[in-house]
Design a protein around this ligand. Structure first.
Ligand code: 5GP
Length: 217
C-alpha cells in the first residue's frame, strides 16, 4: 500500500538558479527560480505509479484527469503505469477520461465549482476510479469532485495529486498519492498556468516574480 505524504519541500528552499536550466526566452525576467526540476517529478511519478499498481493492480481502473493543469501529470503517470503493467504479470486495463472544473465567481475563492465535460459520470459505477489532479491547495476542488464522483457509486476511489500545498486545508481532503508537499507559494510550469501563461514552461514549477507584469509577455 502506498500512502505517504510525498517529498517535503521546506519553506526555506530557495529553488535552483534559473541560469542552470533552459527555459523559453519569452519568460525571461518573469521567473524566480526552478522549484522542482522536471527529472525529479518524473522519478517521483514513477514511484507513485508503482504504489498505485500495488493498490489497484488487480482491477480495471478508470482514470479521471482534472483539466487543464492535470493533463501533463496524468499523461506521465499513465505512461508509467502502462510501463509497469507491461513488465509485470499483473495487467491493468485502464481507460482515461477528462473533466474540467470551473468557478463562475470572478477572481473570488472558488466556492461554487461547476463540472464541465463529463457531467454524466455513470460510466464510473462499480469501477475503481483514480482521480488525477496537479495541485491541491485548499482542497475545495478535490472535495467537490469526490462528492460528485461518489454519487455514481464507484467500487473504489483513489486520488493522486502531484503537489499538495502546506496551507490550512479547509476541506480536510488529502490525496491518497502525493508527489510533493510544497510551501504556500504560487507555482507555474508543467501545465500549471497563471491565467493561461506558463503552461508551455517545461522547467517545472518555477515560482514567478511577484511583480510579474502580463504586458511583458
Ligand atoms: P483548491 O484550493 O480547490 O485545492 O485548488 C484549486 C485550484 O487552484 C487548483 O486545482 C489549481 O488549478 C489552482 N491552484 C492552486 N494553487 C496553485 C498554484 O500554486 N499554481 C497554479 N498554477 N494553480 C494553483
Amino acid at each position: 500500500g502506498g500512502k505517504d505524504g510525498g517529498i517535503v519541500i521546506n519553506d526555506d528552499w530557495p529553488g535552483y538558479s534559473l541560469e542552470l536550466f533552459n527555459y523559453p526566452k519569452h519568460y525571461s525576467g518573469d521567473l524566480e527560480c526552478v522549484y522542482i526540476p522536471h527529472g525529479v517529478i518524473m522519478d517521483r511519478t514513477e514511484r507513485l505509479a508503482r504504489n498505485i499498481m500495488g493498490d489497484l493492480g488487480d482491477h480495471d481502473i478508470v482514470v479521471l484527469c482534472v483539466l487543464k493543469a492535470g493533463y501533463q501529470f496524468c499523461a506521465d503517470l499513465v505512461e508509467r503505469i502502462k510501463a509497469l503493467s507491461r513488465n509485470s504479470d499483473h495487467t491493468l486495463p485502464m481507460s482515461v477520461n477528462f473533466i474540467r472544473l470551473k468557478s463562475y465567481v470572478n477572481d473570488q475563492s472558488t466556492e461554487d465549482l461547476h463540472i464541465v465535460g463529463a457531467e454524466d459520470l455513470s460510466f464510473l459505477t462499480g469501477k475503481n476510479v483514480l482521480i488525477v489532479e496537479a495541485i491541491v491547495d485548499t482542497g475545495k476542488t478535490m472535495k467537490t469532485l469526490l462528492k460528485h464522483v461518489e454519487a455514481f457509486r464507484p467500487k473504489m476511489i483513489k486520488v493522486a495529486g502531484l503537489l499538495v500545498k502546506r496551507v490550512p486545508n479547509s476541506s480536510g481532503c488529502l490525496p491518497d498519492y502525493v508527489g510533493f508537499e510544497i510551501p504556500n507559494r504560487f507555482v507555474v510550469g508543467y501545465a500549471l498556468d497563471y491565467n493561461e501563461y506558463f503552461r508551455d514552461l517545461n522547467v517545472s514549477f518555477s515560482s514567478f516574480k511577484t511583480d510579474f507584469n502580463f504586458t511583458d509577455v
